[in-house]
Design a protein. Sequence first.
Length: 189
Amino acid sequence: MDLKKAIETRRSIGVVKQDPVPRHLIEEALEAATYAPNHHRTEPWRFFVLEGDARKRLGDVLAEIAQSEMPEPLSAADQIKLTRQKENPLRAPVIIAVAVEPSDDKKVIVQEEYAAVDAAVQNMLLTLHAAGLGAVWRTGPVCYHDKVKSFFGLSTKGDMIGFIYIGYPNMEPKDKPKCDFKKYTQWLS
């Protein structure tokens, strides 16, 4: 698949089959991520590939975080939410958790470290799409929770950028109209 077509046809695929994903396809995506631009060549990205029971352990952490924010005693609705949190990581056979560990170098701007990791995620998403895999990048407040940092062994400066759920597509993506770049572009001379 040529690059322009990959960019134009990539969509978030939130429903995937539980079929195993060959390791070499995940490794290709991880390698592609490391080609993202990063100022001062700090390589601020960190990748954690979760398969099998590792996904269950992440689910336990997500449920623990959710429960800590619920009033006691737990309602029936809260119990359902906790079950969903535990099962969320099981919706795909592979998850790549992507984190940023900003450099300590004084000349490095922390926003550029995040931008580099975001670019790495885009490289992965395009590579996975070109390989025929479905992927969705999930984020949210839970990513920045101390229990998530601890689970992945991140430093106090580190942050989880998000979770990329990966598998073979089990849905047809909706055609998504894209905006015209002209609406958001100014040419300055």
